[in-house]
Design a protein around this ligand. Structure first.
Ligand SMILES: NC(=O)c1ccc[n+]([C@@H]2O[C@H](COP(=O)([O-])OP(=O)(O)OC[C@H]3O[C@@H](n4cnc5c(N)ncnc54)[C@H](OP(=O)(O)O)[C@@H]3O)[C@@H](O)[C@H]2O)c1
Length: 349
């Protein structure tokens, strides 16, 4: 059994810890906390040992702490870093590398420049096996992960018939649980969004992808509006939808009117954390004009990367085949069942 420590217990870390706790092949050493707040007791109540930085131990004196993060890291095979963007790199340099431990980083880090955490940006659908033998790997961010689920099947089927992908990313402002973060009444634009370079990093640098990104005041998922240009006339929308019928982590919804409705459906069906863990193609928004097809899909920001972290962890720790890893992840996340339930809920009338 391998020992895994989850460093950071926010939107992502807390979900990862909760899911891998149920993995019989993994012993969760515990979770790392940085602020002495209610989340410490929440973690303990959920059965996790909580570790804190050596130099902050005094500020946790009123909590039942198990030990220091430094010790937890010495005592594990792999760390899943769930720290805020940029801090993962500092953790790599100060903790993971000196202690020689394997680590998974989240998409707020970078694979470019002096502060890159890895030379691999993971997307299980595209480069699963490349994680074998790596000690430090970055999981793509939510938008970057979701986009691969659309682009890779299209590329496999249509190859050189595809001329260009133009996408507008409409990004949520904050997560449901980030109640300390306000959602201001404005729309912001992001010059040079990292998503374009990140997607090309794993899809290939010549991928004809052009991304623009804005941030809107909602906590309810991201939406991507994508135009796909073909060399000649596009296939029928029904052919495109057929392509995604058996695609894992992609649901096709006909009657959803907005992202909150999908989140509410997930809640009503008792999905853990109200997450769907997938992207949702909005079939009623698909339109073709000559050589261009317009697609809209929403992306469950917090949920989508959690099964991906689990796949990546299995590739790094056990070097399992894709199929074996996939079926083990599925046994914990039940995404096929969730996909069917969502598709039935939002079926064509
Ligand atoms: N939220 C999303 O939808 C989403 C989706 C995909 C990827 N990501 C990426 O996932 C990463 C984490 O994001 P998040 O949304 O989970 O952030 P978050 O909710 O703000 O949580 C960050 C956690 O990191 C802890 N932390 C603070 N300093 C740390 C350090 N030095 N080392 C380790 N942990 C530290 C914080 O601890 P305390 O609470 O104790 O202060 C907090 O629990 C980022 O790279 C982000 O870009 C986020």
């Amino acid at each position: 059994m391998k020992r895994v420590f989850v460093n950071g217990y926010g939107s992502i870390g807390n979900r990862i810890a909760q899911f891998i706790k149920d993995d019989p092949q993994i012993k969760v050493v515990g979770v790392g906390k940085f602020s002495p707040d209610d989340k410490v007791n929440d973690a303990i109540a959920r059965g996790f040992d909580v570790y804190v930085p050596q130099k902050r131990i005094e500020s946790f004196k009123n909590y039942k702490i198990k030990g220091t993060i430094e010790d937890a890291i010495s005592n594990c095979d792999l760390v899943i870093d769930g720290a805020p963007g940029g801090i993962g790199y500092a953790n790599k340099k100060q903790l993971y590398e000196p202690k020689g431990v394997m680590a998974i980083y989240q998409g707020g880090e970078s694979v470019f420049g002096d502060e890159r955490v890895s030379d691999l940006l993971f997307n299980s659908r595209v480069n699963y096996k490349e994680a074998f033998g790596k000690k430090h790997v970055m999981q793509g961010s939510c938008n970057v992960t979701g986009m691969g689920r659309i682009l890779q099947p299209l590329r496999e089927k249509y190859g050189s018939r595809l001329v260009r992908f133009d996408a507008i990313l409409v990004r949520r402002w904050a997560d449901l649980e980030q109640t300390d973060k306000s959602v201001p009444d404005t729309v912001e634009w992001s010059p040079n969004p990292h998503h374009q370079d990140d997607v090309k990093f794993y899809m290939g640098k010549d991928t004809p992808l052009f991304i623009q990104a804005i941030k809107v005041p909602t906590r309810q998922m991201h939406v991507h509006m994508m135009s796909i240009r073909f060399k000649d006339m596009t296939p029928n929308p029904s052919e495109i939808l057929d392509l995604f019928k058996d695609e894992h982590g992609v649901a096709t919804l006909w009657t959803a009117k907005g992202t909150k409705q999908i989140r509410d459906a997930a809640e009503s069906m008792k999905f853990s954390f109200k997450d769907t863990n997938m992207i949702h193609i909005h079939a009623n928004m698909m339109e073709t004009i000559g050589d261009t097809i317009k697609m809209v899909y929403s992306d469950d920001q917090t949920g989508i990367v959690i099964p991906e972290n689990h796949m990546l962890m299995q590739a790094m720790l056990f070097q399992k085949s894709y199929e074996e890893s996939f079926s083990h992840t599925e046994s914990l996340f039940h995404m096929e069942e969730k996909k069917k339930a969502l598709e039935a809920f939002f079926a064509k009338k």
